[in-house]
Design a protein around this ligand. Structure first.
Ligand code: 5GP
Length: 120
């Protein structure tokens, strides 16, 4: 996306502790919490602590340490939730046609049932 980061977006407010969430993990680079409207038995959102609008923004602007730290956190959350053996799905919607609603980069982690073939 091309827009500036909105510090009042809902995930920024969750990161600052201004809105409640069901937290599952936190470290220097990442924060993970249950989606408020789960689409699978396990539906967790993993977000970087940095102010990035979308995957496009994060991939272009984040430091190597942020990218590594965030990526490792996603894997760790999946493992800690017991999803590594059965498997899981990662999704990141980016921009208008990608269906992104919240303008803070996030990865959806889905698991807890057989998810079937990927559909767009
Ligand atoms: P997007 O369409 O931007 O990829 O997905 C945004 C996700 O954030 C949706 O799955 C939605 O249910 C979730 N969401 C929106 N607002 C809140 C909130 O206030 N708390 C939590 N935990 N999830 C939210």
């Amino acid at each position: 996306g091309t827009g500036a980061y909105d510090p009042q977006n809902v995930f920024a407010r969750i990161l600052r502790g201004e809105l409640p969430c069901r937290k599952v993990y936190e470290d220097d680079y990442a924060f993970a919490f249950h989606d408020i409207a789960p689409k699978a038995p396990i539906h967790v959102l993993v977000i970087p602590k940095g102010a990035y609008v979308s995957f496009a923004d994060f991939s272009a602007k984040a430091s190597e340490a942020e990218i590594a730290g965030f990526t490792r956190a996603v894997g760790r959350v999946a493992r800690d939730l017991g999803l590594e053996a059965p498997g899981y799905r990662l999704v990141s919607n980016t921009g208008i046609e990608g269906g992104q609603e919240v303008p803070h980069f996030h990865v959806h982690l889905f698991g807890g049932r057989a998810l079937g073939a990927m559909l767009p």
